[in-house]
Design a binder for this molecule. Sequence first.
Ligand code: NAD
Ligand code: MLT
Length: 523
Amino acid sequence: MRVLVSDSLAEEGVRRLESGAEVDVITNLSPEELVKKIKDYDALVIRSGTKVTAEVINAADKLKVIGRAGVGIDNVDVEAATKKGIIVLNAPGGNTISAAEHTIAMMLAVSRNIPQANAALHKGEWNRKKYTGVEFYNKTLGIVGLGRVGAEVATRMKAFGMQILAYDPFVTEAKANQLGIKIAPLEEVLRNSDFITVHTPLTNETRNLIDEDEFKIMRPGVRIVNCARGGIINEAALAKAVAEGKIAGAAIDVFTKEPPTGNPLLEQEKIITTPHLGASTAEAQINVAIAVADQILAISKGGMPSTAINMPAISPETMAVMEPYMKLAEKMGSLAGQLAGKRYETLEITYAGSIAEKDTNPVTISVAKGLLSSVKGGVNFVNALGLLKEGGVKLVQSKTESANGYNNAITLKLHNDGEAISVQGTVYGNKDKRIVQLNNYRVHVPSEGNMVICMIEDKPNIIGPCCVALGESKINIGGMHVGRISEGLPQAMILSVDQAVPEETLDKIRSIPGVLSAKTVKL
Ligand code: NAD
Ligand code: MLT
């Protein structure tokens, strides 16, 4: 695997990557240079500096994974990456404490005028009155976005004797109660806080979440902190509110454009700034670099990432349980796709027995991956469901208790114009994966390898000649299953063979009297 590291990454992470991949660290690439370079790499590691646009992604012929050493992925076109089957992963927990501590440092600095007083003293000015500050004690802190960083800020600020009011539409009262925080609508938080700090991601919903109208309802003398993302607070509106004296001070670590040139926030003494330092501690940088490096190395060995943005997160413990089902499901999807050999309108999946009690989403994606891979390349765990939808296939899923007498069963049905192909499979003892039903036939065959699947009349002297035809082509039969629904009706014969069956051998089998159809599949 070739890895391009295009933003500065902790040395520990680079070394970890080098233990299993060829690594180039090339920072400060222009967008044009990145577009040219990216085609040679399987993985890209970034922080917030590199913009991974659709243009970069379209040029990335070999790219399998984009690793963001940090949390925010607003600098990555995740939709374009997903469409192309590129995994986007981040390192969510690694810099939480650093970001929370930086937020608190900024709050302290802005409440006690530390940067301004320090700068004045360095210039020889001793002015104790001018830099008088305010206490946190008995004040209200408004937190917008009560995720990882917001919650860490909250717990620490309670120790200063602050009341915490938070706005986060996705956080339950129960979680807020656990943290001893009052959840309130945004307006109430803005109206009643002495300090306001934002900790949401930057999305279409949060861009300019705090703008001119929001500043109007705030308490006079409020102090504002943004260590999340530039643009959540409208920069021009904030600069104006500070200039008008409505806001006593602001502490800003992040900007709409970084580095911020000509930004109005840099023009006022009451606005203190840092150059996106929230995650800039030795500890956080090592944490995020190692977290990303380890996942990229795992992917290079066929493993699954644990913190991907565009595919379900599967912990190693869950993976240990789900892996056999996912493998079986992929083979079953492939079998159904190869047997159908044409367009289908609906994919129906039924989970039964013990598998139905689990999170079956990764199994569903595996079915889609196997199904689509039987007819096209470039399908993977990231884009399989999107491609299925794009192809107009309706996905219907259900769960039942009864598993046809098995402990667990997965059943797929491909519907097209009233016709259906169905495949059922089960996993024995968490490792033996079997196909146990094909259309209406109960069968018992392995879920991998080459197979010849024939429908034959329920008469003597058909099975033997089929085996002879394979033997004459020097194809060894490793297993055989023959079964019928009832006497006189066609039989299904499934032969597991040790190598691919050429078309002329299949034609020979098809020409044997009593053979109704013969197909070969590779699972
Ligand atoms: P997180 O995903 O754990 O938390 C974000 C929270 O915002 C979630 O609880 C979510 O429900 C909430 N949210 C989403 N939309 C919202 C909305 N419209 N209104 C209110 N709340 C909303 O993320 P995190 O790890 O806590 O990071 C928070 C922010 O801090 C992110 O923007 C991240 O990029 C940034 N960050 C910056 C630095 C830095 O160096 N300055 C370091 C780490 C994180
Ligand atoms: C993040 O989102 O993790 C931070 O902004 C830190 C960084 O950019 O590295």
